[in-house]
Structure formats: structure tokens, C-alpha cells
Ligand binder design. Structure first.
Ligand code: CA
Length: 248
């Protein structure tokens, strides 16, 4: 069921983005909506998975806040379906403590961040801004819209990556990784640097998080992910994205 669409009048000219809140518990949803609107975000609300998927069908919001426990659909399933429609849609998971934490902390669902209930609404707004900053960075060395490296084409404007003209279905985080690799092509990067640059210096996860994402990225960009020719592992150090696949 679609609940309501809020558009704050004073910010109609220039909001910081449109956030879809998917949460069946109305008080929590309202609390998040209130804080986001106060921070200059436009807000869409949905109380179940079907309403959420209907809302994003045509035009993606800037970001989705997704509760895992919904009446009609599992949050993981919604996350997957949303990514099928909009591959790089930023998603922040809301979960009760202990709820499928292994899956979440392992980032197996491809969400960009997660917040454990109960949470501080102001921290949630801050996390929304952090995710959006990562996704639309202002001061990155890559300024032009389209860049080609080997068979890959990275389009900054649409946040898409193509390999041999075929669109790769990357998550927001995977796009960030590819963009960084484009900026540092042929340069060895440590796992800790990747963690700081992509996840932020305050991220509490360990470098294995990087490995999980690299493994998934390889499945999308390499011809044979078990024998990567572009995204090389430098044992005991980190990774290197190589321009020329024949280079070892
Ligand atoms: Ca819930």
C-alpha cells in the first residue's frame, strides 16, 4: 500500500535528493521522514515491498532506506529486485539487532550501508549523506563524462560501466570501485586504502569486506573470474587494475 508522498514546499526548488523509506512501522517511518525533510530531502514512503517496487519502477529515487522485516516480502528479496530495476540504486538497510547480521555484515546483499535499530535519526541522515557523497563525489580526479580503458567504458554521468559495449550490472559500491580503479589504473592499491577510499575511514569492517566486493566485481568484469586478467591480486598487498590484459 502506498502511504503518502511528501514534498516539502520550501525545498521544492532544490532538495538534496529524494529518499524512499520502506518501513511498515509507521512511527519509525515518520521519524525518519521528519528528520530527512528537516535536512532538505524530499521523501517517499512505502509500508511494504510491493508499494516500494511500484514507486521506483519508472524513476529511481536518489536513495532507498529499506527495513528488512516487512509484511509481504523479505528485505533481502526487495533489495535484489530493486537492483534488478536500477543496478546502482543506493540502498541503506535498516535491521533489528541480530537480524541476519552475518548476511548484512558480509555485505552479501550488496547494500551500501546498514543501520541497526534502535538508531539515532540524525546519524541516519548523516549516513545518507555519506553514501550520496561517495556516489556523487565532487572532487574526484575524473571530471569528464566518459572514459575508456581496454574494453571498458565508464560513464560518470549515468554511473554506468560497459564492457565491449555491454552494460555491466554493477551495484553503487562496485561502480565506485571501478571509478577508483579507472583513476588509479596500473597502480597497486592496498586493501586498507580501498577500504578508506570506498567505505570511508570510519568504517568498522575489516579488509575482508574488500575481498568480498572484489570477488563479486570480478564475476562481472572478467571473462574468467578465477583467472582475472584485469583486476589482479597482489598477494599480501592488495589489488591492481591493469589496462592491458596481456600484462602480467
Ligand atoms: Ca519492520
Amino acid at each position: 500500500m502506498l502511504i503518502k508522498i511528501f514534498i516539502s514546499c520550501e525545498v521544492i526548488q532544490m532538495t538534496d535528493g529524494k529518499v524512499l523509506i520502506v518501513e511498515d512501522e509507521a512511527p519509525i517511518r515518520k521519524l525518519i521522514a521528519f528528520n530527512l525533510q528537516r535536512s532538505n530531502f524530499e521523501v517517499l514512503e512505502a509500508s511494504d515491498g510491493k508499494a516500494a517496487l511500484d514507486l521506483i519502477k519508472d524513476i529511481p529515487p536518489t536513495l532507498v532506506i529499506l527495513d528488512l522485516m516487512l509484511p509481504d516480502m523479505d528485505g533481502f528479496e526487495i533489495c535484489t529486485k530493486m537492483r534488478e530495476i536500477h543496478p546502482i540504486l543506493p540502498i541503506i538497510i535498516l535491521s533489528a539487532r541480530g537480524q541476519d547480521m552475518d548476511k548484512i555484515t558480509g555485505l552479501e546483499i550488496g547494500a551500501d550501508d546498514y543501520i541497526v535499530k534502535p538508531f539515532n535519526p540524525l546519524e541516519l541522515v548523516a549516513r545518507v549523506r555519506t553514501v550520496l557523497r561517495r556516489i556523487t563525489p565532487n572532487n574526484q580526479p575524473i571530471h569528464h563524462d566518459r572514459h575508456e580503458i581496454g574494453p571498458f567504458l565508464l560513464d560518470v554521468k549515468t554511473q554506468r560501466v560497459y564492457k565491449s559495449e555491454k552494460l555491466l550490472k554493477l551495484t553503487a559500491r562496485e561502480f565506485q570501485l571501478m571509478k577508483l580503479f579507472f583513476e588509479k589504473v596500473n597502480e597497486p592499491i592496498t586493501r586498507n586504502s580501498l577500504l578508506d577510499l570506498i567505505w570511508g575511514v570510519n568504517y568498522f569492517g575489516d579488509p575482508k569486506t574488500v575481498d568480498v566486493h572484489i570477488r563479486r566485481l570480478r564475476e562481472k568484469i572478467e571473462d574468467d573470474p578465477s583467472r582475472p586478467t584485469y583486476l589482479k591480486t597482489l598477494w599480501g598487498y592488495g589489488y591492481c587494475f591493469q589496462e592491458n590484459e596481456s600484462t602480467t
